[in-house]
Design a protein around this ligand. Sequence first.
Ligand code: GLU
Length: 502
Amino acid sequence: MSKEVRVRFAPSPTGPLHIGGVRTALFNYLFAKHHNGKFILRIEDTDQTRFVEGAEDYIIESLKWLNLIPDEGVGFGGNYGSYKQSERKTIYQKHIEELVAKGKAYYAFDTAEELDDLRAKGEDAKEPFIYNWSTRNQLKNSLSLPENEVQSLIEKGTPYVIRFKIEKDRTILLDDLIRGKITIDTNTLDDKVLFKSDGMPTYHLANIVDDHLMEVTHVIRGEEWLPSMALHELLYEAFDWEAPRFAHLPLILKPEGKGKLSKRDGDKHGFPVFPLEWKTDEGLSKGYREEGYLPEAVLNMLALLGWNPGNDQEILTMDEMIAQFSLEKVSKSGARFSPEKSIWFNHQYIQQKRPNDLLPEFNTILQTFGLEANDELSLKVIELLKERANFVKDIAEQGKFFFEAPSTYDEKAVKKAWKDDSKEILEDFSALLQETDFTADALHQAMQTFVDTKEIGFGKIGMPLRLALVGALQGPDIPVIMELIGREETTKRIKSLINAQS
Ligand code: GLU
């Protein structure tokens, strides 16, 4: 039997999760479920300078809202914990010592100022400074200094970092599941810092130690990590570990097509780029959840950013996505984000919902309008208006008048609808209503009979009546409105319009 597939989503809690990150989580989830494997959440919080309060909870809440529930991870249990890197310091310490003992890593005592100085000089000379085989012997490290000096520097508590010793003159062959084969010349790589004097590993060390210990089989992550792939392969080799397979996902591009989708694009055009709202002192960034998107719609939209099932099916259930997902069908080129398409997906998913599913959100929105919800009426209004809605809030906006009589009448509509004979027509019709069954069919019939007997055009009754019921010349079929609000309320609204116009 082949090894169980184990993948991880490994965000750093440096702020709210961007939808690019959510897409990474989703692709990991789909891949895991497709292979009956495990989806792990690991929090990569070793860089304390970038730590943001609340970000970890935000990540977990986002995954829960989207129903991308990890099989293991921070907040979800599992046998490979802790899944939070700041709680694994001793593990990294032990592993970095192993690399130093093997001669694969070395202590470096160069100060930040010294290195800045070298970088500045390199820039001036148009020969960028790089800490590697070509420079390391002239710098302050355990490869260039005598052993006793290194010992005494460490004993004195001189700050140091531990760097990876990248071999010279090697060509590394990489094989990415999405990008294919890539060759890298090790002479272009620098001796990356693996461990810092604050006792913390850098991302690179912690990431590969954890992927190994957590038995991760496939690393599926954003394209921005592709440049680290050679280093990671070399680290696995240095430890004598088998490396996982790598797959680097394409970027999510701005709606205009060029460049990576950013928070600023969302702010500029007013669409969310975060799953949940995120508040900071600088302001509030919109969230898909708070904007009224359904999690299923967000997932479906994201799934098709860079992947497609190989046909033109656009609406896929989670089960269908799982069944059809494969990394071979993930594209190499960036995927353009479309705010309009996101809305379209939400529209599609709203149509699939039964009124009952939308009821709680609908009632909550009504309450924010200061209106009293009424489940029976709410359900009918949802059923009636859903077809044209992109969001539940659209139904509430357009259906407000079902829950409260108009308090003002649209001026233009009054001009168009209110004529000298409107009062009399409405009064006569109102009298007829007292004897009509309050079903849409009977009401429709009554209106027809009314215009036939009076020998008037339909607009003569239709327009003022609609104005009375809605306050404007819009909304669904008049008989349907009357049926839903009932005889008493219909009569009342007709009276109010007559009063307002007299
Ligand atoms: N912590 C990295 C990030 O924030 C994870 C990259 C990876 O998946 O290896 O994106």
